[in-house]
Design a protein around this ligand. Structure first.
Ligand SMILES: Nc1ncnc2c1ncn2[C@@H]1O[C@H](COP(=O)(O)OP(=O)(O)OP(=O)(O)O)[C@@H](O)[C@H]1O
Ligand SMILES: [Mg+2]
Length: 254
């Protein structure tokens, strides 16, 4: 194998960032995600999770440190390739959907990458079928419910067949069936996943490993079940399990 495919899917090193107004959100973040891993990124409101996510495909740049995706540094030089490799499902689906129809939104990324005709059509259909939204292809995204828009947003990213799938709060506002269906989709994909979530049972169910981001630094990195069972750690970072939920009683799916 060559150097690129041997590299981890994601390597973040010394990442620090302040917004233009001077507010510093990241203070030196380091972690690596191996190919095929599913990792949850946990942490309280304002911890810097979304800020970190926006660095993974170069939407935010200009701070200190480096982000490397499968051996390729995130930066101006490789931006098109980075955007193909890193599929981000944003916290708010309305930041992702801007075309007149669902079909055009899902086709947008692959079309921009040069795909067309029957191949493009098939790619769009497959992505929409995966999220159970094939019947909505001709609808305008802004006529859909929030949960439906979230599913279309996931499809826009799946259509790119990315190296790493990054999801910012994927289960928020999904009904329980859609939440479970999304979990099934994520488990079935042969892709590296980094998932930001406040839904701790979801993290435990889907991600063998978790990172806790707190006040702009990685406060913990370990097995999800162990982190969630550490009451002191959890309290220190404002993480709370749902009432009655015992992480020790849950056995992880494959
Ligand atoms: N555009 C911006 N300009 C200035 N400060 C910002 C901006 N966006 C976010 N921040 C600040 O950066 C910090 C990190 O915000 P971020 O959105 O990354 O948190 P988060 O961990 O995603 O939180 P949540 O769980 O609420 O989504 C917060 O203190 C926030 O107020
Ligand atoms: Mg956020």
């Amino acid at each position: 194998m060559d150097a690129v495919t041997d590299s981890p899917s994601l390597d973040v090193s010394g990442l620090a960032f302040a917004y233009p107004d001077g507010h510093q959100a990241l203070f030196g973040v380091d972690f690596t995600v191996a190919r095929g891993e599913r990792v949850a990124l946990l942490g309280p409101n304002g911890a810097g999770k979304t800020t970190l996510v926006l660095h993974l495909n170069g939407i935010l740049t200009g701070g200190a440190g480096t982000v490397t995706v499968a051996g390729l540094p995130v930066g101006k030089r490789h931006m098109a390739e980075i955007r193909r490799r890193v599929g981000i499902v944003f916290q708010d689906p309305d930041d992702q959907l801007f075309m007149p129809t669902v079909r055009e939104d899902v086709a947008f990324g692959p079309a921009a990458a040069g795909m067309k005709g029957a191949e493009l059509e098939q790619r769009v259909r497959t992505a929409l079928e995966l999220v159970g939204m094939a019947d909505f292809a001709d609808r305008p995204p802004h006529h859909l419910s929030f949960g439906q828009r979230r599913r279309v947003a996931v499809a826009t990213v799946l259509a790119m067949e990315p190296e790493i799938l990054v999801l910012d709060e994927p289960s928020s506002n999904l009904d329980p069936a859609s939440r479970r269906e999304l979990a099934d989709i994520l488990r079935s994909l042969d892709v590296t996943v980094l998932m930001v979530t406040h839904d701790l049972p979801y993290a435990l169910e889907l991600c063998p490993r978790s990172l806790i981001l707190s006040e702009g630094v990685i406060a913990a990195d370990g097995a999800t079940g162990e982190l969630l069972s550490d009451d002191v750690l959890m309290r220190a970072h404002r993480l709370e399990l749902p009432f009655g939920f015992d992480p020790r009683s849950v056995t992880m799916g494959a």
